[in-house]
Design a binder for this molecule. Structure first.
Ligand code: EPU
Length: 347
């Protein structure tokens, strides 16, 4: 058996690398150095590689949750780790492990193909498996953390491997440890999901329920998968056609008193009561009410069918996207007194 080559020479660095192919917004900036990571030991090697000592690191998976506002004067690590397997089972669940560079949607489709449902509500979310826990992706009544078992990550500075359970990941709404303190510190290399053997449908979300009814089908895993794909295709722009990073803003959460005052003024306000008594508001609705849907500022625009999604109509800079985002935040705040928070990481 030959040992993996961990010498520094086992990775090559590309200088002055264009990042446009690696971010779904399609923003045209460059990195001082870029390196493709195809094996975990390469990350370990880079931690001790004198050629890149002291350089800042940026880990990119599918690049579907970043706004790049300027050239990156550091080393971009492009995670291209592949592989997926059924790791184990216990009485309650199947445990499925996938490498961080696997395409998320293809992975979800594969779990269904091998007869292990549970992730179907998260079909067609752009990005990679490794990015899913960073964002705690969610859609149509399910958040990734509900199916999460553990992840393995490599500490960039030391090359040490660490295992994180759900508690250590500190998941929140579109949030985790890795989006805050852990940012730039770790690269996620694989994620293990726990798929319950007793499958129950999550088919109450209005858009999905409507789609199932139109198709006249029962809520099986495959039917939910197909319905979610159809709903997303109808509403959300394909990043390959129109650059975007999914929802640009989080749905804001307000306290009960602020909600009551707002609802009295705006009876149509779309809201979801939270278990803690606070209320989540539909940011898309707030933005739409301010007249932003379909409007543009330069090449950055608000999507015509979903006001929560900002798009690159061609050649937008990160600064233009952020200027548009700020203009929207200002209008929403002036009309509703609610501060919208960006969902993607702005660099
Ligand atoms: N709405 C409008 N105008 C718009 C957009 C939405 O009036 O332009 C209204 C809708 O009619 C609906 C409400 O706002 O009553 C909510 O809209 P929608 O159901 O489309 O969902 P959302 O709150 O905009 C969230 C997630 C999505 C996820 C969907 C479905 C966030 C920030 N967004 O969107 O996640 O796919 O629910 O579960 O939580 C993402 O995070 O990138 C993302 C796409």
């Amino acid at each position: 058996m030959s040992l993996p080559d961990c010498s520094p020479d086992s990775v090559s660095f590309v200088s002055d690398a264009p990042l446009r192919p690696y971010n779904t917004f399609g923003i045209d900036v460059r990195a001082r150095l870029l390196c493709r990571i195809e094996r975990e030991d390469q990350l370990i090697g880079i931690a001790h590689d004198s050629r890149v000592t002291g350089l800042r690191r940026l880990v990119l998976g599918g690049g579907s949750n970043v706004v790049l506002t300027r050239d990156f004067d550091g080393l971009v690590l492009l995670i291209e780790l592949h592989g997926k397997r059924i790791a184990r089972q216990d009485g309650d669940a199947w445990y499925v492990e996938a490498a961080a560079g696997e395409n998320w949607h293809d992975f979800v489709a594969w779990t269904l193909a091998v007869g292990l449902p549970g992730l179907e509500n998260l079909a067609l979310i752009p990005g990679t498996v490794g990015a899913a826990p960073i964002q705690n992706i969610g859609a149509y009544g399910l958040e990734m953390c509900e199916r999460f078992a553990s992840l393995r990550a490599i500490e960039l500075a030391t090359g040490e491997i660490a295992e994180f359970d759900a508690a250590a990941c500190r998941f929140g709404y579109r949030d985790s440890y890795f989006k805050r303190e852990g940012r730039d510190r770790f690269a996620v290399v694989s994620v293990t999901f726990k798929l319950p053997k007793a499958w129950t449908p999550h088919a109450d979300y209005a858009d999905v329920a409507r789609e199932l009814a139109v198709r006249g089908v029962a809520a099986s895993p495959q039917a939910i998968f197909d319905a979610v794909v159809a709903v997303r295709r109808a509403k959300l722009p394909d990043p390959l056609v129109l650059g975007n990073a999914g929802s640009f803003f989080k749905n804001p959460v307000v306290d009960a008193a602020q909600f009551a005052a707002l609802k009295a003024r705006e009876p149509e306000l779309v809201s979801y009561r939270q278990p803690d008594g606070r209320v989540k508001l539909a940011a898309g609705w707030l933005i739409d009410q301010c007249g932003w849907k379909g409007r543009a500022m330069g090449a950055a625009a608000v999507h015509e069918r979903q006001a929560l999604v900002l798009v690159n109509r061609g050649g937008a800079t990160g600064a233009q996207v952020l200027a548009l985002a700020r203009a929207i935040q200002k209008d929403v705040f002036e009309r509703f007194g609610v501060q919208l928070e960006a969902e993607p990481v702005c660099l």
